[in-house]
Design a protein around this ligand. Structure first.
Ligand code: PA5
Length: 424
């Protein structure tokens, strides 16, 4: 089945004529993306990235993974933004796929957090993967200093070469300098792929392989996505339909998109998605605010607002057709809780009913919604889903007239922070 987009709950919110009228603009965006004639075209290397990944590179990653899993009990992954979110999203989504645990640092500057991670790994055998495209980002740079000192004390200088892996630019940046000078193994991030689109570059593939995730299947899923969502025909391209629908809704004042799911392991995929869409579209006074909810948990906290609050929201559900594990709800002879009416049913059945009820109720309450369903929560479908969203944001960014591939606004806080820190 792959990935299916259901748009039936847009009925009455999007006039079929508006959808028809937008098709030529989508075709123009498609052309600009594929021919590199649109804004930010220096950074569209992600479009054909999956098909450019060589089997030999996957072999190399698998060998590296085996070696690390033999000599380490855990991995510390250092990075922020695009050099963090996709990695964590994948590991958490795939739940038991990692063979050794991954700890994340450098995604904040919180001392208690870092200290607690170092406490947790102090008696473990550790491999560090440090990821920074620019090689100069403050948070991971400071974290790497601290972690490097910890590793040096634990292993001594010589052994560090076997225990520190860098993922960075081919030539530029401080991390490249450190890797070259110290002789650390280093993987290159292509120039034409920005941070938030980099999950299929070594940024994502190296830490995932090291942790033991099936990168071969992950890449195969993204390759299937590349093929499926390169089709120009609007009717056949679900990523383009999703991009068009969200653009039309935003033009009607639906300026918040909630990515909703009924699976706890989707939480960090939602965070990755927020960066992808927020950083790509939120500029020039434009942008749909990306929010996320994990149901049914959040139905008991944010459900009221979703059902009944200001009608400036639309919603996209991500559903998983088949759960990997099966749990039957038992019959209870006493039935004191009065729940025997679901006895004998799969827990997943109840979860799916909760979704059907929620999407219908939100639709009736004035929240247009779409549903993306993937077959199962495995590496293949994750690769497919990531590519679906990447292609969709490329198109929807062009529809709204922005450059979806830059992030000038991220610099503002950095400049002020450097001034406050006294950097020359
Ligand atoms: O999308 C982006 O470019 C950013 O979120 C970056 O990924 C983030 O700032 C980290 O940058 P770097 O990988 O250069 O350390």
């Amino acid at each position: 089945m792959g990935l299916v987009l259901n748009r039936s709950n847009l009925k009455g919110f999007i006039d079929p004529k508006d959808m028809e009228n937008i098709v030529p603009l989508v075709q123009k965006a498609h052309k600009d993306l594929h021919n590199k004639t649109g804004k930010g075209s220096d950074y569209v290397g992600w479009v054909n990235l999956p098909s450019s990944i060589k089997p030999a590179f996957i072999d190399e990653l698998e060998d590296l993974g085996k070696k690390v899993q033999e000599n380490s009990d855990c991995v510390i992954s250092i990075g922020i933004g695009g050099s963090y979110l996709g990695i964590r999203a994948s590991i958490e989504f795939l739940r038991d796929a990692a063979k050794i645990p991954v700890y994340y640092v450098g995604q904040n500057i919180c001392p208690d957090y870092l200290a607690s991670i170092l406490d947790q790994v102090k008696d473990k055998r550790v491999t560090v993967v440090v990821i920074s495209k620019s090689g100069t980002t403050t948070e991971p740079a400071v974290a790497f200093r601290i972690v490097k000192k910890f590793m040096l004390e634990k292993y001594g200088n010589e052994q560090l070469k076997d225990r520190i892996i860098c993922v960075t630019d081919e030539k530029k940046g401080a991390l490249r300098k450190i890797a070259d000078k110290s002789g650390y193994r280093a993987f290159v991030i292509p120039d034409d792929v920005g941070g938030r689109f980099s999950i299929l570059t070594p940024v994502g593939l190296v830490p995932l392989a090291v942790a033991g995730v099936d990168v071969r299947k992950f890449v195969a899923g993204a390759q299937a996505g590349e093929k499926e969502y390169s089709v120009k025909d609007f009717e056949k391209n679900a990523a383009y339909q999703y991009a068009a629908a969200r653009f039309i809704l935003s033009q009607q004042g639906k300026v918040i998109e909630v990515l909703s799911s009924f699976y706890d392991n989707m939480a960090f995929v939602c965070e990755w998605w927020k960066q992808l869409f927020g950083e790509s579209e939120g500029k020039d006074g434009k942008g749909i605010f990306p929010a996320s909810m994990i149901f049914s948990t959040d139905l008991h906290s944010m459900g009221q607002l979703m059902q009944d609050g200001m009608r400036n929201i639309f919603e996209t559900f991500v559903m998983i057709e088949k759960s990997k594990r099966s749990i039957l709800i038992p019959e209870d002879a006493e039935n004191l809780d009065d729940f025997n009416f679901v006895a004998g049913k799969e827990l997943d059945f109840v979860n799916k009913k909760a979704y059907q009820a929620t999407s219908a109720a939100h639709f009736e309450g004035g929240v247009p919604n779409m549903t993306i369903t993937i077959d199962t929560a495995d590496a293949y479908h994750l690769g497919l889903l990531y590519y679906f969203f990447e292609k969709a944001v490329g198109i929807s960014g062009y529809l709204s007239g922005v450059n979806p591939f830059d992030q000038p606004g991220v610099e503002a806080y950095k400049k002020k922070m450097f001034t406050l820190l006294g950097r020359k």
